[in-house]
Design a protein around this ligand. Sequence first.
Ligand code: IPE
Ligand code: IPE
Ligand code: MG
Length: 236
Amino acid sequence: MPSHPEIPRHIAIIMDGNGRWAKERGMPRLEGHRAGAESVREVMESCIKLGVEYLTLYAFSSENWSRPATEVTALMGLLNRFLAEKAKELDRQGVRLLAIGQLDRLPETTRKLVQKIQEQTAHHTTMTLVLALSYGGREEIVSAARSLAEDAVAGIIHPEAIDGELFASRLQTAGIPDPDLLIRTSGEMRVSNFLLWQISYAEMVIVKTFWPDFRQGHLMDAVAEYQRRHRRFGAL
Ligand code: IPE
Ligand code: IPE
Ligand code: MG
């Protein structure tokens, strides 16, 4: 018997290995990123079918800005295309889009597109797709700390009133339950600045598969692995 046969409410994915997938095939890295878009489509469909409420995808990290300009530009181009193409589909699927990260660092076209789709899909309830764009967990935590400090200095809150709940309410993920399941593809055993606060009790599943090869079956396997885990949250 699985310890908790329920479906994770929130799945977060570090979509890694696009470059290596392409390299293995003697293709430019960009082809790996392009192929990864199909994995996103399939994983979204599967999550909707399973009844997952929140799917968070790590698409671009704060640190990814340090990649060569050609790759950054190409990634932003792909992101624009993905968003433009997805807008209608999200509407059809009843999916709400939410972007987290330092969105002001994104090119204006991307930022505007994200904003427009967020507004268009705000009323949807089937699933929330959280896209982490120019996202860094440390940056998010620092920004929450800064906002609390500003309020404390202005006398709006008392430092003693700051607890975990108040802190979490200043994160960009305010109102979203913490991820139950964190998946990372391509075999790397690290979190790379993703949702540092939110993953404190997430069950981690690391798969060797590169992201462009990740399919519905891999997601089902990860969920089955999650269901075999015994979540204790520090208790017995
Ligand atoms: C993940 O694939 C996509 C992004 C980080 C944008 P990578 O580009 O990191 O691919 P690898 O890890 O170099 O293979
Ligand atoms: C993490 O992958 C970021 C995303 C998947 C968007 P990276 O490829 O950037 O992480 P590192 O450099 O291997 O830690
Ligand atoms: Mg990588």
